[in-house]
Structure formats: structure tokens, C-alpha cells
Design a protein around this ligand. Structure first.
Ligand code: SAH
Ligand code: SF4
Length: 372
């Protein structure tokens, strides 16, 4: 079922909805009531909003799309990840991933749960290792489409615990690390995260939200000035301009000499550790020299380093280094007192080679269209 191009209710903030209703001569408390139905009581249709007068409900239904992202399927892709494939009004596909990171001594149900959301259909940044960028950018997601991904996760959890509404708070983290470059869709992601964080919205703590960027310097500086208080992760993937430039075209516009001071400004403003993500790709960025340079950057920034063994992407030539080599790389950082995590085989699915599921479904669709 596809949805229309009407603005999504899930993209409205308390202020914008109040203003729209005021234009219609509605009392101010209506906006709060409506949002309560969406985010707290988790209504799925306008008709469930029983304390909203019928004519107003009819106007709402005419004016807004209730849910701008429809579930195509929910697939368990491994024992730690679940993917929701969602379809938008123009038949674009996005994916939202739920990750259960196994922890020592506890069952999967008690493990850390993270939701990974997408911000664009495709990506224009063209990082050479990433499936999301292979077909370029199709379009930005709206704030409503970003928030809708999380509501779809809520619906899924509600269905699993039918006696009570499952709380989004039972998730430990939301990471903006799915398809797309979030800071290239700045206004929509900031608005969406405002809704996710607000008491009248999903009420999810900003400190448990991490946004990952490939390094759009002016937008990092702008984000540092927002009152949001979310965490920041940087896709570094190269510890010198020479290496980074080869795999991340964005480095030409924003080389390390610009990126590092911007990250420093962000972390100083927020008093929080920033995370540096570093995919390890054999013979591309896994030399001991890169490890030493990364160590120096991490120390300078007081940053945490996340080492991620490269995930195979169909059509790309690279592979991950051996475990011994990965460990050697990590040890150079550890020995200098840098806080490091090296993803184990399973947790590594976390990065889920973003965009691969969508690409596959689009290919299947093309095949069935040409066969039909
Ligand atoms: N555009 C943003 C956020 C989405 S990409 C950014 O680049 O930060 C988020 C992460 O996906 C990347 O940092 C990288 O860690 C991961 N990723 C992409 N392709 C990958 C691959 N082939 N193997 C492992 N991780 C990958
Ligand atoms: Fe886009 Fe991030 Fe993938 Fe780079 S790593 S192509 S910025 S989604």
C-alpha cells in the first residue's frame, strides 16, 4: 500500500501542529491531544482519536498522512539483527535495523538493543566501501519519514507485547547510521530528532542518540550549536588525507585539517566523547602507520575509536584484514590508552552494510518488472 504526498503527521512538532490548528480556530490543547494519540497511545487510525471532535478528525485526515512509511516486511537477517523494510509514497524503500548486541552472560532478550535509522534514499557522498552510495542519491527523507521509522519499530514491539504498549525506552540507543548522510539532510534530521526526544513526542533521551557523519564540517559546527545534546560519531576510515581521500571523496572538500578542529569544537561544547569509526580494509587503511596516526588523532580529540572489520559488498573488490592484523591494529591504540572497541564477528553485523537490503529488493523488483 503506498501513501500520498500529503505532509506527514509524524513530521509535525507541537509548535507547528498548534499553529496549523490555531489557523482553524482550534484550541491550543488539541495539538497535544493529537500527538498523545500518536506517540503515547499509539493509535493507528484517525478514528481511534475519540476525544477529538469528528469534524476535526475529518480535517486532519484530509490534511495529513497518518503514517508515511508502510511496512513491506520485517526480516530477521541474523541472530542479532532484524530489518524493517519500509515503502514510502513514491515507492522508495528505506530500511531500519534493530540490533541486539550479545553481552556476556545474558540472553539475547536482555542484550543491548539499538535502532539504526536512515535519513536519505541512497547517498550522494560516494564512499567507495559503502553499499548505500553505489547508486547515488535518490532523495532526502522528510522529518516525518524519519520519525515514522521509529514508530514502525514501536508498532512491531507493541505487536509482540499485546497486553501493554512497549516503550521505546526499552531500547538502549538510536543510531543515525543507516542509509544516507544525515547532515546533508540537516533540517529534516534535526526536526526529526527534536520530535524523537520531546516529551510530547517519543520521549527518547538525547544522550542515547548518536548521529554519524562522513564529515560535513560546516554542518558539524552548526549541530554543535543546536540545543539537542545528541552524540556524534565520525566516519573517519583514513588517518591521513592521502588514504582517506582514496575512499571518501568528501575528504577533498573537508580534509583532516578542517575536520579535526570541527570535531574538537563539537566535543568541547558538549563535554562528551566523540566516536571515530574506522572500517578496517585490507591493504587500504590497515597499516601500522595508519594505526599510529589514528592513535594520535584519537588522543588529541579524547575520542573513542570503533574499529569495524570491512563487510563485503557485492561488486566491491575489498576484504577485511585477518583477525591477527585487526588485533595488532587495535593494540597500537590500546597500548597508548585510547578507548577502543573492535567489533566481533557478530556485532559487526551492526553496520549491516547499510543499504544492501534495499538495493537487493530494488533489483528483485526490476527483475520481476522486466519478467512481467
Ligand atoms: N553517512 C553517515 C551515516 C551512515 S553510514 C556516515 O557515513 O557516517 C554509517 C556507517 O556504515 C559507516 O561509518 C560505516 O561504519 C558503515 N559502513 C558502510 N559500509 C560499510 C562496509 N562495507 N563495511 C562495514 N561498515 C560499513
Ligand atoms: Fe553515504 Fe555514509 Fe555510505 Fe559514505 S558511508 S556513502 S556518507 S552512507
Amino acid at each position: 500500500m503506498s501513501t500520498s504526498e500529503k505532509p506527514a503527521l509524524t513530521g509535525e512538532t507541537l509548535d507547528t501542529l498548534t499553529a496549523r490548528l490555531k489557523e482553524r480556530g482550534e484550541p491550543a490543547f488539541r495539538a497535544k491531544q493529537i500527538l498523545e494519540w500518536v506517540y503515547k497511545k499509539r493509535a493507528r487510525t484517525w478514528d481511534e482519536m475519540t476525544n477529538i471532535p469528528k469534524p476535526l478528525r475529518a480535517w486532519l485526515a484530509e490534511t495529513f498522512e497518518f503514517m508515511p512509511a508502510q511496512l513491506v516486511f520485517n526480516r530477521q537477517s541474523s541472530d542479532v539483527t532484524d530489518k524493517l523494510l519500509l515503502e514510502l509514497h513514491d515507492r522508495s524503500l528505506v530500511e531500519t535495523v534493530i540490533i541486539r548486541a550479545p553481552q556476556e552472560g545474558v540472553g539475547l532478550d536482555e542484550s543491548r538493543k539499538t535502532i539504526c535509522i536512515s535519513t536519505q534514499v541512497g547517498c550522494a557522498m560516494g564512499c567507495r566501501f559503502c553499499a548505500s552510495g553505489l547508486a547515488g542519491l535518490k532523495r532526502d527523507l522528510s522529518a516525518g519519514e524519519i520519525v515514522a521509522q521509529l514508530l514502525q519499530v514501536c508498532y512491531r514491539e507493541d505487536a509482540r507485547t499485546p497486553r501493554a504498549r512497549a516503550e521505546l525506552a526499552s531500547f538502549d540507543n538510536i543510531v543515525v547510521m543507516g542509509m544516507g548522510e544525515p547532515l546533508a539532510n540537516y533540517d529534516a534530521i534535526v526536526r526529526a530528532l527534536t520530535i524523537v526526544n520531546a516529551d510530547w513526542g517519543l520521549g527518547f533521551g538525547a544522550r542515547r542518540i548518536t548521529l554519524s557523519t562522513s564529515g560535513l564540517v560546516p554542518k558539524i559546527l552548526k549541530l554543535a550549536d543546536e540545543p539537542l545534546g545528541i552524540r556524534l560519531a565520525i566516519s573517519l576510515h583514513g588517518a591521513t588525507d592521502e588514504v582517506r581521500e582514496k575512499i571518501m571523496p568528501v575528504n577533498r572538500a573537508f580534509p583532516l585539517a578542517k575536520l579535526i578542529p570541527a570535531v574538537k569544537a563539537f566535543s568541547e561544547k558538549h563535554g562528551r566523547m566523540v566516536t571515530l569509526e574506522f572500517i578496517l580494509i585490507e591493504d587500504v587503511n590497515d597499516s601500522l602507520d595508519q594505526a599510529e596516526k589514528l592513535r594520535d588523532i584519537a588522543r588529541d580529540l579524547h575520542a573513542h575509536v570503533n574499529l569495524i572489520p570491512y563487510n563485503n559488498v557485492e561488486g566491491l573488490p575489498w576484504k577485511r584484514p585477518s583477525v591477527t592484523r585487526q588485533e595488532r591494529f587495535a593494540d597500537i591504540l590500546r597500548d597508548a590508552g585510547v578507548s577502543v572497541t573492535l567489533r566481533r564477528e557478530k556485532g559487526h553485523d551492526i553496520d549491516a552494510a547499510c543499504g544492501q537490503l534495499r538495493l537487493k529488493t530494488e533489483k528483485d523488483r526490476e527483475l520481476s518488472a522486466s519478467a512481467g
